[in-house]
Design a binder for this molecule. Sequence first.
Ligand code: ZN
Length: 193
Amino acid sequence: MDADQSVLLLNTTFEPLTVISARRALRLIFSKKAHTIEEGNTHLCTVRARVRVPSVIQIFYYVKKPYLAPKFSKKSVFIRDNYRCQYCGKHITKPTIDHIIPKSKGGRTGWMNVVTACNLCNNKKGDRPLKEAGMRLIKEPHEPKYLVYSSVISPARMKRWERYFYPELQETEKFIITAAVSQELAVNAEALV
Ligand SMILES: [Zn+2]
C-alpha cells in the first residue's frame, strides 16, 4: 500500500474501521457503499479518468466489529511511543523497554509502567525509581485504544487522522498521538468490507 494513498475507513459511527488502499476506497465509493469525508492531496489514474484519492471515507452501512484492544507487547509499547525514548525524546532504531518502577521494586509489566527508552537513558536510570535517578518522562504512559503501524501510513497522513483515533485525548491535549490501528483490527475489518 502506498503510504500517501492509504485511506482511513470509518464506520457509520465515525469510529475507525481500518486502513485501505486508494483503489479499494474508490471501488467502495463508485459502488455507493461509502462516501468521502475528507479529500486527499493525491490522484489516481483509472482507465477512464484521473480521480482524486480521498483521505477519509465513511461506509454507509454499520459494520459490527468486535473491539480488540491492542495486545501488550514490547513492540506495541514501541509503536505507542512512536519509537521515541520517553526520557530524552530521541527517535531510536534499537529501542529498549524500561520499567518506570523497577521490577525489583515491585513494578509491573504493563502499559502504565513500561516505556520505550534508548540504551543510554536505560543504563543511566538503571534499577532506580525516577526520582532517585533524577529523570523525568516526556509524557505519562497510557493504555492505547488503537495502535497504528506507521510503516503503512505516512506521518503527514497520520497527523490528519489523529482526531478520528483519539477524540477524547485531543480535547485534553494531554498526549501527542502519532501512532495507528492494530493489525488484528485492520485484518478483521478488511474481511467485512
Ligand atoms: Zn534516551
